[in-house]
Write a protein that binds this ligand. Structure first.
Ligand code: AMP
Ligand code: MG
Length: 488
């Protein structure tokens, strides 16, 4: 069931504002299957009315399915500072179909638009669409993208751009910020409704626990600790880990100035507007933990319904302390898999960290390195390993390869089997910034072929796709420093 809270402190009935002369920019057939939209031979919806509905031009279209479009209220911490009420300023929830909520992003002003125009530009919509689908294909939890509908409607950002509406899907778009909102209003009844909705729909079993709300909190922490470990394992930086952008289902959401790293830099900042590097790659786990502390403080009144204040704090603190442990365990397991190791050993953390340090010092391409690592043979001579040439500090990397080979030999690693395992976890294709930019540049001239090509490639990130080999390459030097800002 969709967002069931009612009342003006929680949401507002909001119709999308139509866009002139809408056209398809992109469509994900895989996402369409999630919501049972029948498709034609061209893999776009067979019923042309969908174009109008997903443009936000026909809110009464499919009204039996989407009877009550709303925008919801949430608040949040932005860059570590309490920002007060935010809310769906440009997203409108049409309703729910087949267990997925359908939301139109960029569908016009809402009561929560504040100074904004309620729109999203084509550029940022293409990035969100492609990354949502790419992330899903990488096996990382995320909101999904169904479509982008474009229009020539001008939208003012640093320059004049054009509008687009991105249709997103998720079992729920509830964020930490929704909890923070009602906590800031000291509205315990609402907090309870929100938590009960989550338990009923998305976290079954919590109600059997001695303290269902504590159990809910613990599980939300688990999911987000796992999520951030998964991001680290593919070199993904979210860019704006504000508490209003953190899903309580542990989904990657609100794609803005994100980036998959090309050259590995442990302190990489993908968001040009993040001057202090609060959301740099190496800080993501700690920041996600901080966000969980925001959730803990918002949920505190719920726990206090059954436990006294002193014990509430103790319980929440101990649940929060699990976060770094779950993160570390998941991170180690994911990186062990990336190295093709099977039997966990104590010194694995050191092996992984030394590799990342060497990659950082030599700015080695993150995706290419791990993908090619599966070609190393256990009987290789260290100075014959071609990946070694990517590194500046040869003694350090030689020592590393020598330890790695020893480790593989210790567990009698089979070269063929290991390659199969490693290629199934080390993607060949990720949404590099320069690839997204090339698709965007073409789209600005109404050529959407590159968006479609990229979608196709990124839907199978672990498969060798010889015809798309060039998409696996690092960017040419002049395209390696594309700057991405919050403007969207
Ligand atoms: P974001 O940085 O996209 O996660 O957005 C932060 C907040 O600003 C959310 O409440 C958004 O709904 C709102 N917002 C961002 N861009 C716009 C816009 N163009 N119009 C209205 N609200 C916006
Ligand atoms: Mg947001």
């Amino acid at each position: 069931m969709a967002f069931t809270l009612t009342g003006e402190d929680a949401c507002e009935k909001t119709l999308p504002t139509p866009i002139p002369n809408p056209y398809w920019v992109a469509f994900s057939a895989a996402s369409a299957r999630l919501v049972d939209i029948p498709l034609g031979k061209d893999h776009f919806p067979a019923n042309p009315e969908w174009l109008e509905v997903l443009a936000g031009n026909n809110p009464s279209g499919f009204s039996e399915v989407f009877p009550n479009p709303i925008s919801t209220a949430y608040s949040g911490h932005q860059f570590g500072v309490w920002a007060g009420q935010l809310g769906d300023g440009r997203a409108i929830l049409l309703g729910e179909k087949s267990g997925q909520e359908l939301q139109l992003k960029g569908a016009g002003k809402t009561r929560f638009s504040r100074m904004g125009d309620g729109r999203a530009v084509l550029r940022s919509s293409i990035r969100e669409f492609l990354c949502s689908e790419a992330m899903h294909a990488l096996g990382i939890p995320t909101t999904r993208a169904l479509s982008i509908v474009g229009s020539d409607l001008p939208v003012r950002r640093e320059t004049i751009e054009t509008a687009a509406v991105c249709a997103r899907l998720a079992p729920s778009f509830i964020r930490i910020g929704h909890f923070e909102h009602f906590a800031s209003l000291q509205n315990i009844e609402r907090l309870k409704e929100l938590a009960d909705l989550l338990i009923d729909e998305h976290y079954p079993g919590c109600e059997q626990s001695q303290n269902p709300y504590l159990e809910l909190f613990t599980r939300i922490c688990e999911r987000n600790a796992t999520l951030v470990a998964q991001w680290q394992s593919v070199g993904f930086c979210h860019g704006v880990l504000n508490s209003d952008n953190i899903s309580v289902l542990g989904l990657t959401m609100d794609y803005g100035p994100f980036g998959f790293m090309d050259q590995f830099q442990i302190d990489h900042i993908c968001n040009h507007s993040d001057q202090g590097g609060r959301y740099a790659y190496h800080r993501q786990p700690q920041i996600m933990h901080w966000n969980m502390a925001c959730l803990a403080s918002a949920m505190m009144p719920l726990i206090e319904l059954t436990v006294d204040a002193e014990n509430t704090e103790k319980l929440l603190r101990s649940a929060l302390e699990q976060f770094p442990l779950i993160y570390a365990k998941t991170w180690q397991s994911l990186f062990r898999n990336k190295l093709g190791l099977i039997n966990p050993q104590e010194q694995d953390v050191d092996l992984i960290e030394r590799l990342l340090q060497a990659m950082h010092e030599s700015s080695v391409d993150f995706t290419c390195f791990f993908r090619k690592l599966s070609d190393v043979r256990t009987n290789a001579a260290v100075d014959q390993i071609s990946l070694r040439d990517e590194f500046i500090n040869l003694p350090a990397i030689d020592q590393w390869f020598s330890d790695y080979l020893l480790r593989l030999n210790e567990e009698s690693s089979d070269d063929v089997q290991r390659k199969l395992r490693m290629d199934a976890v080390n993607p060949k294709y990720v949404l590099r910034n320069h690839l997204a930019q090339a698709a965007i540049d073409k789209a600005k001239d109404r050529d959407f072929s590159e968006v479609a090509n990229l979608l196709k490639v990124l839907e199978k990130p672990f498969e060798d796709q010889p015809q798309y080999e060039k998409y696996s390459n690092p960017p040419p030097p002049d395209l390696s420093q594309i700057e991405v800002s919050c403007s969207s």
